[in-house]
Each structure stands twice: as structure tokens, then as C-alpha cells.
Design a protein around this ligand. Structure first.
Ligand code: PRP
Length: 207
């Protein structure tokens, strides 16, 4: 019987998350097979792994559908969930930035239109600066905002910088740096502490 449900983000964080699990001697062969199955187990059936959209990981954890998981700090800042953030996994390094056309650098203060997937992050950033903004929530490809005149700037994550560069945009302001984090359900950490705490210790030793 599987005893810990582990939520893993599909996409760019998944490979490195699996890497860390393997370094903890967890059998990840099923996770590396090309399957469309969404629930997978290790050989010992100690773990049940679920692959979900990165922005859904905190939802599964907060509601106890998964005990432990991996999520980007960008998602955690944006969603502000009632969960425990346990370990900085030190991969998935990127920055949260304000970006736009270089010529906009001088005009970052008055009634800005800001396109972003990170509405809360953007709102808090500009509130702290006392700048009035019109936040336009998008679900992706936010770089289009300034290009088509939907917004003056964007608030988004920048990893390699290639997407900005390919679209003639540049970082105008740095908001914060980000990495992937190990997160846990608050109740699971108490009720399954004898299983989860040794795993957390092991993970923090290999990152
Ligand atoms: C993210 C982000 C940027 C891009 C940054 O988008 O929103 O668009 O990656 O990465 P880079 O600096 O390495 O180019 P994602 O790939 O998640 O797609 P999306 O725009 O559809 O959300």
C-alpha cells in the first residue's frame, strides 16, 4: 500500500524533481517511462506520485489530496496557500521581473498597464512602491502585452532571458529571485511525520 502521495509538477521542473528523488534512493523508473498515466508508484509501493500542472500542485497539497510536493516559488507567492514550505530545492532558478521595451524605462511610474500571470505578486509589488497600476491578468505568452499595445510592461518570470530577447523586450526591474520548493500538507506533516520527516531530511541533504 502506498503511504505518501507526492505531487510533482509536469513540465520544466519535473526532470530535476525526479533527479532529487533518485538521489534519495527512491525508485523512479515508473516516472521516467513514457506513459500517459497520471498516478504512478515506486517498486516498494511506498509512494504514490501524481503529475499535475505546476500551478495546481499547491491545491492538491492544501486540500490533502497529496501529502508532499514540489512547486515553484513563483506559484507559492502568487497563491499564498495554507501549506508548509519545507526545503529550498535550489533548482528551477529564475527571477520575477518587470519587463518591457527599453524606451519604457523612464516611464515606470504613472498609471501603468501591467500584463501578468502573477496578479497578486504584481499588485503587492506596485502597492509597496505606491504606484497606481492597471493589472491585466493573462494565462501565458504575456510578452505579447507590450508588443501589441495591451500593456506598457509585464511582470513575469525570466529564466534564460531568451523569450524576452526574441521579442525585443528587456528586464526593467528585478522583483525577486525564485527556486523550486518542497511543500507539504499541514495535517500530513503531523499524522505521517514518521514517514515524511526522514524523507524531508534526506531531500535537504541531497539538494
Ligand atoms: C515562462 C515565462 C516566460 C518564459 C521565460 O513561460 O512566462 O514566458 O517562461 O523563460 P526564458 O527566460 O527562459 O525564456 P512558459 O514557458 O511557462 O509559457 P507561458 O508563457 O505559456 O506561460
Amino acid at each position: 500500500m502506498s503511504e505518501i502521495t507526492f505531487a510533482l509538477p509536469k513540465g520544466r521542473l519535473s526532470e530535476k524533481a525526479i533527479d532529487i528523488l533518485e538521489r534519495c534512493d527512491i525508485d523512479c523508473s515508473s516516472l521516467k517511462s513514457e506513459t500517459r498515466q497520471l498516478v504512478l508508484k515506486d517498486k516498494k509501493e511506498m509512494y504514490k506520485f501524481i503529475f499535475v500542472k505546476p500551478s495546481d500542485v499547491p491545491t492538491y497539497i492544501e486540500r490533502g489530496a497529496a501529502d508532499i510536493g514540489v512547486a515553484g516559488k513563483d506559484t507559492l507567492l502568487e497563491q499564498n496557500r495554507d501549506i508548509y514550505e519545507l526545503v529550498d530545492l535550489k533548482f528551477g532558478k529564475c527571477r520575477m521581473c518587470v519587463a518591457g521595451f527599453d524606451k519604457n524605462k523612464k516611464n515606470l511610474y504613472g498609471n501603468l498597464k501591467v500584463a501578468t500571470k502573477y496578479e497578486r505578486v504584481a499588485r503587492e509589488y506596485y502597492e509597496l512602491k505606491g504606484i497606481n497600476v492597471d493589472i491585466i491578468r493573462l494565462n501565458g505568452s504575456v510578452e505579447l502585452g507590450p508588443i501589441v499595445g495591451l500593456s506598457d510592461v509585464i511582470v513575469d518570470i525570466v529564466e534564460s532571458g531568451n523569450t524576452l530577447k526574441a521579442n525585443g523586450l528587456t528586464v526593467l526591474e528585478d522583483i525577486c529571485s525564485l527556486t523550486a520548493r518542497l511543500i507539504a500538507n499541514k495535517v500530513s506533516l503531523k499524522t505521517k511525520s514518521e514517514l515524511i520527516l526522514p524523507l524531508v531530511k534526506k531531500i535537504s541533504e541531497v539538494v
